[in-house]
Every structure is written in structure tokens, then in C-alpha cells.
Design a protein around this ligand. Structure first.
Ligand SMILES: [Ca+2]
Length: 175
């Protein structure tokens, strides 16, 4: 199992611009993953990573000093995300894609310098990326449970066999 979390301190993240990297020595990082976050208020600054899988989530703290970020997957159309909140809220899933083709992708968080009228500043603070691997089976709209009639399963569980089953029944749990 690959750790799906790519923390903001990861060497796999390329930072462009004037980001500040805060760690546990700052009391206001207390709720961040690994008590670290990286932040910038300079328009155009960016943080990019490559990942493998079908799903990507961007985890950021929200707060009163936070502005608007622009998030891009595979160089596609940017999505603007407002990170402002009245009080600091840690580990917010501010962006998610679950429909990517299984394989290599890139995701970028960019500082816009913009903020909504209630925000006191335009900081973009970034905590972590979460990249999830594809399922063992082809994507479906429901959830598949594969049952091998040739074996007995004392504890039926997801993915607890590796041999192709000679006979399968598929049970679809509709969402
Ligand atoms: Ca972090």
C-alpha cells in the first residue's frame, strides 16, 4: 500500500516563488498534517506535484487571512477555490477530482492574490495532497464485490486474493 499523502514538505513538490514553510515551532500549525503548512500571498506563486492514480484531493487550512487559490490538474482549466473562513479550520478538503484516467498526473496550486471582501488578506496556505490509487477492477458507477465460487472465505474481504477466480459472481452495490 502506497501512502496516499504527499505532505507539503515532500521533496516531490516543486515550489515556485516565495513560499514560506511553517512547522511545529509555530503554534498556529497545530491542526495541520505533520504540523506543517506552506503559504504565500504573491500572485503567480505555485506548488506542483506529480502523482499516480485516479483521485486527487488538495488539503488546505482555511482561515480569516486566506484568499483565493487556483487549482489545476494536468494543465486543464483552473478551478478557483476560496480558502477564507471566519475561524481557522484545519485539514479542509478544498478540491477533489475522482474521475481521472489511471496513470500519471500533475496537480498545481497557484496563488491568485485575490480574496473575497470578508478576508483580511490573500494568503494561500497549503497542507498536503492526497492521491488515491485506482481500484483493482475497471471503474464502474457502483461498487463491485467479486466472489470466487471455487474458494471458501472465512472472512470475506476486499482484495484478499490474487489469483484470477475461475468462476465469479459479481454483486453490485448501487450507490
Ligand atoms: Ca502539512
Amino acid at each position: 500500500m502506497i501512502d496516499p499523502l504527499i505532505d507539503d514538505t515532500s521533496q516531490h513538490i516543486a515550489y515556485d516563488g516565495t513560499w514560506t514553510h511553517a512547522d511545529a515551532s509555530q503554534p498556529w500549525t497545530g491542526g495541520d498534517l505533520n504540523q506543517t503548512e506552506s503559504y504565500s500571498r504573491t500572485a503567480g506563486d505555485s506548488a506542483t506535484t506529480a502523482f499516480r492514480g485516479t483521485d486527487i484531493r488538495v488539503i488546505c487550512p482555511k482561515g480569516p487571512h486566506q484568499g483565493i487559490a487556483e487549482i489545476t490538474v494536468d494543465g486543464g482549466p483552473p478551478v478557483r477555490v476560496d480558502l477564507h473562513a471566519g475561524n481557522k479550520q484545519y485539514r479542509q478538503k478544498v478540491f477533489q477530482r475522482t474521475d481521472l484516467r489511471d496513470g500519471e498526473h500533475t496537480v498545481t496550486v497557484r496563488v491568485t492574490g485575490d480574496k473575497n471582501a470578508s478576508a483580511t488578506d490573500a494568503y494561500v496556505s497549503f497542507d498536503a495532497f492526497e492521491a488515491l490509487e485506482a481500484d483493482l477492477y475497471e471503474p464502474t458507477s457502483g461498487v463491485d464485490l467479486s466472489v470466487n465460487a471455487g474458494l471458501t472465505y472465512p472472512d470475506l474481504a476486499w482484495g484478499n486474493h490474487t489469483d484470477p477466480p475461475p468462476t465469479t459472481a459479481r454483486i453490485r452495490l448501487l450507490p
